[in-house]
Design a protein around this ligand. Sequence first.
Ligand SMILES: [Fe+2]
Ligand SMILES: [Fe+2]
Length: 290
Amino acid sequence: MKHVRAALSSVEITILVEECAGFTELLAEHGFSALVSLNYDNEEAYRIIIDTGRTGRTLLENARALRVELKDVDVVVLSHRHYDHTGGLPKLVDVLKGKPLIAHPAITRPCLRVSRGFTKLDVGLPLEARKALDEFNVVMVREPLELAPGAWFLGEIERFYDNSYAVKDFRTVVNGKVVEEPMHDDSGLVIKIEDKAVVLAGCSHSGIPNIARHAKRVTKVDKLVIIGGLHLIAAEDGVVEGVVDQMLSEGVEEVHVGHCTGLRGEVKLLEKLKGRMNKIHSGYKLEIRW
Ligand SMILES: [Fe+2]
Ligand SMILES: [Fe+2]
């Protein structure tokens, strides 16, 4: 019997945790989490949760209010190690124990953040989230990994463009030495939809133009929609403008952004993309059907 590969028939992306709750009665917190529901032409469905927010409380409460059945999630993906993306993991153990969890191998490295002379000792995976990893079927991978037809974990992002603005102030410890932290674990998801691809990025510490180019190589398409945080929040004006130009030259046609994008990044994107720039919030939905 010949097995026919299922083809996507619709994609729904729901933001579960974000800094802003928009015109809803949902909760907001510093952090990011999204649910991706993939529906196939053979009636099969596949659900990915990317990131968990900071506390897990917002994630569970918003999922309940939005009638999202977390127990139906097939896989958990962590975009990178920061506490505002991984802190909610312990609260998912009860519902998703034993399910696969995909991340880059550097996800467990310490991440120090220096701010105004103070060193925050670890803004990486919180202790409880580190323990919670043992409750999942963890797959650490550097290469792109196709999770379901048309949907990939991006793996390690090659840096074609300078991303120093997005890793500024981060340090790690290697063999007892404090070194700059390149955030090689910063990855994301991509979903190929006909001649376009939708990229979900958590914080884009790899640099969103790099993530865009990498996603095009994985999917072999050249038009992109970006969803998530772009970490332009602390970048200087000239850098913000340069990054937005690089995004456009990499084929980014539409964005749905928030979290660490920052107001100046959002304004620049609005100026360049007009109606194709959208601001996300808890409960924000993007549906693609064909
Ligand atoms: Fe973040
Ligand atoms: Fe981050």
